[in-house]
Design a binder for this molecule. Structure first.
Ligand SMILES: Nc1ncnc2c1ncn2[C@@H]1O[C@H](COP(=O)(O)OP(=O)(O)OP(=O)(O)O)[C@@H](O)[C@H]1O
Ligand SMILES: [Mg+2]
Length: 431
């Protein structure tokens, strides 16, 4: 149903042949009491003109106006450019048309037509006030929509924050897992050591008891000594004490890394607080290899070609993390036995580390995705797909870059470039 039809008051129209007097008298009747103008319609009911109360006043106010013009036909005076609006157009189109053509002071109503045929008259003021209502309604709707939008935007920001937080937590969990893994291993080895030490202590105790007993024979003493020898022969004590020292150092290093990560978690949003120092990449490589040695041993032969390179200002623990991720990936890519070639060099602007393996390689379609968070080709539980995305972020934060080339079946090579800075005159010793 057309909105405009509701505005069309059923006002009788006039013929072009009606006289001015007829129209003037009609305007006095209550039917036309609120009308500013009326329509003039031909025999086919097409609107051909409009005549207004204002025009009639003009005519009658002239000297002898009624006598001179009263019996003249309406068509002589009517306005032919009719202010007409089609009944099917929308309220806003009608309002736009009317406001474009209306003249102040307001002296006309407008005609509502149906394809040119008369439907009724409507007051400009009615239409405009309806329009105003509609506008205030739609502005209220807009306001509501705006409120809803703002609240869903806030929700979106919140859920994005939660997703970022989730990623970060998963990332930290991944990074904690690695040191936790070798701290665990080390503790396991220490436990093994103490289990064996227990045998030796027991054998010593046994020997002491034998020696102290009143009726001890030489045979008893020889047996206790043999038992002690047996217990000792199972382990190379000198080697064990040397290993223990390394085990404790590694364990402390791992615990330190975990506590640094936890501090990092607290200061996550404050990257500027990370401890930066003059760091030798060659030292970082050795550190990371030390940590990765459990993963690498037996199957990976490590070849180092480390040049004398300038120290750079960076966060050593993060660079260690990057290298550890690369070494772990290389080791995981090597199924039986293979090589890991690590090189460092520098030029006028940067220092470079290349980590190359003879592992399974990366297919071209995967190569573009390996830095995406959670992209992994490893079975559930073995890889979270965060190592390289963390690596990328760290190197980016250091103003560096990571490049990778890989061939399926042959291996992969990751090259990291880190920019030199004001401390580039300090040289680190090559390994
Ligand atoms: N040296 C490599 N050789 C072959 N494929 C690699 C190598 N490094 C990375 N990839 C591929 O890139 C993927 C993403 O590596 P990334 O280190 O980000 O995650 P991940 O090793 O799968 O899991 P996570 O490091 O979280 O334990 C790996 O699953 C693997 O398919
Ligand atoms: Mg990885």
């Amino acid at each position: 149903m057309s909105v405009l039809r509701a505005f069309a008051a059923n006002i009788p129209c006039f013929k072009p042949t009606d006289t001015i007097n007829t129209v003037a008298d009609a305007f006095l009747s209550p039917v036309y009491k609120n009308c500013l103008s009326v329509a003039v319609v031909n025999e086919q009911q097409q609107v051909v003109g409009m005549i207004s109360r204002h025009q009639l006043n003009d005519i009658f106010l002239k000297k002898f106006g009624r006598d001179l013009f009263g019996e003249r036909v309406v068509s002589d005076f009517m306005r032919r450019d009719v202010l007409a609006v089609d009944v099917d157009c929308s309220l806003s189109t009608a309002a736009a048309f009317i406001s474009k053509h209306m003249v102040f002071p307001l002296s006309e109503d407008f005609v509502i037509t149906d394809e040119g045929f008369y439907v009724g008259m409507a007051a400009v003021l009615h239409l405009l006030s309806a329009m105003e209502k509609q506008i205030s309604q739609s502005s209220a709707d807009l306001n509501r929509a705006y409120q809803q939008l703002s609240s869903s935007q806030a929700q979106l920001v919140q859920s994005e924050k939660m997703a970022a937080l989730g990623q970060m937590v998963a990332g930290v969990a991944h990074e904690i897992n690695t040191p936790l893994g070798y701290v665990n291993n080390n503790i396991e080895m220490v436990r093994e050591f103490f289990a064996q030490m227990q045998f030796i202590v027991n054998a010593h105790e046994q020997l002491a008891n034998t020696l102290l007993a009143p009726n001890t024979s030489d045979i008893d003493v020889a047996e206790s000594l043999a038992a002690l020898d047996d217990a000792k022969s199972d382990m190379d004590l000198t080697q064990w004490f040397m290993d223990l020292d390394t085990l404790f150092n590694d364990t402390f290093y791992g615990v330190e890394q975990i506590s640094e990560l936890v501090t990092g978690l607290k200061d996550f949003s404050r990257v500027d607080q990370a401890v930066t120092d003059n760091v030798s990449l060659n030292d970082c490589i050795d550190n990371a290899l030390l940590i990765a040695r459990n993963t690498l041993k037996y199957k990976v032969e490590v070849i180092k070609r480390l040049e004398n390179i300038p120290k750079i200002r960076c966060t050593a623990s993060q660079i260690n993390q990057v290298l550890l991720n690369l070494f772990t990936n290389a080791s995981q890519a090597i199924k039986d036995k293979g090589y890991l070639l690590i090189k460092t060099w520098s030029d006028a602007s940067s220092v470079y580390v290349s980590v190359q393996d003879t592992g399974c390689g990366i297919s071209p379609e995967n190569l573009s995705r390996i830095f995406d968070p959670f992209f992994t080709t490893k079975p559930v539980g073995e890889g979270t797909g965060l190592g390289l995305s963390i690596t990328f972020k760290i190197i980016q934060q250091h103003g560096g870059s990571v490049r990778v080339v890989s061939e399926v079946g042959k291996g992969s090579r990751f090259v990291i470039a880190l920019p030199l800075n004001e401390v580039n005159d300090v040289y680190s010793a090559a390994a």
